[in-house]
Design a binder for this molecule. Structure first.
Ligand code: IYT
Ligand code: CU
Ligand code: CU
Length: 316
């Protein structure tokens, strides 16, 4: 077994015991069909609070289509790897996404003084890494894959906490043959200020463009806009747009029903659809809320004022 394949924890330096690096690697896997999703879990290696301050992808470009890192208390398994496609999933409890890497997209860096808080007290005793292996032909020579992620962590308290705000549609129905269906989501924001620095979009095949906004005093400001058909990584957000008490968060996914012969609903398979807009933000650690969701359907009246760009497809 290639020693690079073994997941491990090691101190960053002997001089400063506050820093740890965690390597989360597939244990030398050989997927047997294209579009296999494999997961491994790894315990957060400290009982104290710790902060992830850097993500270093260790992915093989020719085999890995994308990787996602989640945090949770109860992974589906704590030994070996498992198939985590639509059936088993990642965690028995709620999983929170913290990182996405996708082939041909630039990797996300956390800003200085910003960390994701992990550890038992923050509801994250385990990491789960999900890897989507694309074209199986890359494994013709039967080599084994050890792709994964290194996390640079510290137990030193960070001034700002990273978090994820997820806007998702729960009730969209896409009619067959209909050229445009919009999934509109909006929620009032009633917490301490957040500073978005990255965003990620997710739909399946029918999504054309996904856009996210802050609405303040009736004015729509773009946080980010991307085609979900491009690599679904976190992309840099518009840094000028922060979100504060009294603002509204809004997102639209534009879908097309062309090429379908029956209705398409929200669901887990590739024949279903999803509409997700993820915002990665930082927040003053004193008031930090690491994960927030918005699942409310946006009103017609509100979305009368959405900028026209939200319905302009992005060329892929
Ligand atoms: C129904 C739906 O839209 N599911 C999404 C969003 C979602 C993410 C997480 C829902 C829950 C979560 O705990 I994290 I409940 C969804 O499954 N998105 C996929 C991944 O599972 C994260 C994606 O690639 O964005
Ligand atoms: Cu993928
Ligand atoms: Cu999905």
């Amino acid at each position: 077994l290639n020693p690079d394949c073994v997941s491990r924890t090691r101190p960053q330096t002997v001089l400063n015991s506050q820093n740890i690096t965690v390597d989360i690697r597939m244990p030398g896997v050989l997927p047997t069909e294209s579009d296999t999703y494999l997961c491994i879990s790894f315990p957060v290696p400290t009982s104290q609070d710790a902060y992830i301050v850097d993500f270093i992808p260790r992915a093989s470009m020719d085999t890995v289509h994308h990787m996602l890192l989640f945090g949770c208390m109860n992974p589906v398994s704590t030994s070996g790897y498992w198939d985590c496609g639509s059936v088993q999933g990642t965690c028995k409890d709620e999983a929170s996404i913290m990182y996405a890497w996708a082939r041909n997209a630039p990797p996300t860096k956390l800003p200085k003084d910003v960390g994701f808080r992990v550890g038992k007290n923050s509801g994250m005793s385990h990491f789960v890494l999900q890897i989507h292996y694309g074209d199986i032909r890359a494994f013709r020579n039967h080599h084994r894959d050890c792709s994964g992620l290194s996390l640079r962590m510290t137990t030193k308290k960070q001034p700002f906490i990273a978090g994820i705000y997820l806007l998702m549609s729960v009730d969209t129905v896409i009619l067959p043959g209909k050229k445009v269906t919009n999934a509109d989501i909006a929620c009032d924001y009633t917490s301490y200020p957040i500073y978005p620095f990255a965003f990620r979009t997710h739909t399946h095949r029918l999504g054309k463009v996904v856009s996210g906004y802050r609405i303040r005093n009736g004015k729509w400001s773009l946080i980010g806009r991307q085609s979900p058909q491009l690599p679904q990584a976190f992309y840099p957000a518009n840094k000028e747009v922060n979100v504060q008490y009294g603002d509204t968060m809004a997102a639209r996914c534009m879908f097309t029903g062309e090429g379908r012969t029956s209705k398409t609903y929200i669901g887990g398979t590739s024949n279903d659809e999803m509409c997700n807009f993820y915002i990665m933000y930082y927040m003053d650690s004193e008031h930090a809320i690491p994960f927030m969701n918005c699942m409310e359907t946006g009103s017609k009246e509100l979305f009368r004022h959405i900028p026209a760009e939200a319905n302009v497809p992005i060329p892929v």
